[in-house]
Design a protein around this ligand. Structure first.
Ligand SMILES: [Zn+2]
Ligand SMILES: [Zn+2]
Ligand SMILES: [Zn+2]
Length: 274
């Protein structure tokens, strides 16, 4: 199994679209892994997580190949995770080669945003099919078993994060959420075996949060919770991801600090096989 991180920033991107604070200026000057676009990740070659404004950029520069993507799971409707204008192009005459119907999963707010962007159902029936998914619901798609979990995030909608399993290996992709809840842990306990990879929110880096996002100390605590609960073990790979310029640490500094907790820091284009 493989996860590819295409976008690793919070909503404003880093450097921020409209920001020239010290951390954004420094990111522009240093470049490389300090340049972070907005949230998107791919499991193997065909299960995509989120559809940000930088979607097209990811196809141009990081090899995201939509000819292989069969299913898209959107976490919530915030624009760094759901910017659905591109889906309007998923039909003739804008593409002549997309092979079949993309299966799109998300909550009711995501459904409304996507259908508004695509001017109703006109193109939907041709090239994608929307499925509303609820917290604690599991769906099977191809070789994958995907479970939605309720995120501790925006109150205006039921934000989700996902557990993805394939051939007995599993990933927890938990971004735009605070600390894991009892409900989350109970859902995760419905499945056997430890998670192989856990990707945790680290938007606030140097600051504590736990109620909307997480900082590094929050993420480290959640790692301990998962180990204590037996949902992860000492072979589990832990990644911190989804970073904001408000968190205070450029790539090199967060990498060093996360390594102290035996966690990997994501960067745009990072690929991990496990
Ligand atoms: Zn976000
Ligand atoms: Zn900034
Ligand atoms: Zn959000």
């Amino acid at each position: 199994m493989k996860i590819t991180y295409y976008g690793t920033a919070a909503g404003e991107a880093w450097p921020g679209v409209f920001c020239a604070c010290n951390l954004c200026r420094e990111a522009r000057r240093l470049g490389g892994k300090n340049i972070r676009t907005r949230s998107q990740a791919l499991i193997d070659d065909d299960l995509l997580l989120d559809l940000p404004p930088d979607n097209y950029l990811h196809t141009l520069y990081y090899g995201l190949d939509f000819q292989k993507v069969k299913a898209l799971f959107v976490t919530h409707s915030h624009s760094d995770h759901c910017y659905p204008a591109d889906l309007e192009l998923l039909r003739e005459p804008y593409t002549h080669t997309y092979p079949g119907q993309m299966q799109v999963f998300g909550n009711d707010a995501v459904e409304k945003k996507i259908l508004d962007a695509c001017h109703g159902l006109g193109g939907e029936k041709e090239r994608f099919l929307f499925h509303r998914i609820m917290p604690n619901e599991t769906v099977n798609i191809g070789s994958y078993t995907v479970t939605a979990l309720r995120a501790t995030h925006a109150k205006e909608e039921t934000c989700l994060f996902y557990r993805i399993e394939k051939f007995g290996k599993s990933v927890l992709y938990a971004h735009d959420t605070g600390a894991l809840t009892e409900e989350n842990l109970a859902t995760l306990h419905c499945f056997s075996g430890p998670l192989q990879l856990v990707s945790l929110d680290c938007t606030q880096q140097s600051k504590r949060d736990g109620k909307y996002h997480m900082g590094l100390l929050d993420a480290a605590e959640q790692k301990e919770v998962l180990l204590r609960e037996g949902l992860a073990d000492y072979n589990t790979i832990f990644v911190v991801n989804h970073f904001s310029h408000n968190g205070g640490w450029l790539h090199e500094e967060i990498t060093e600090r996360a390594a102290a907790y035996d966690m990997i820091t994501s960067y745009d284009g990072m690929e991990i096989s496990f």
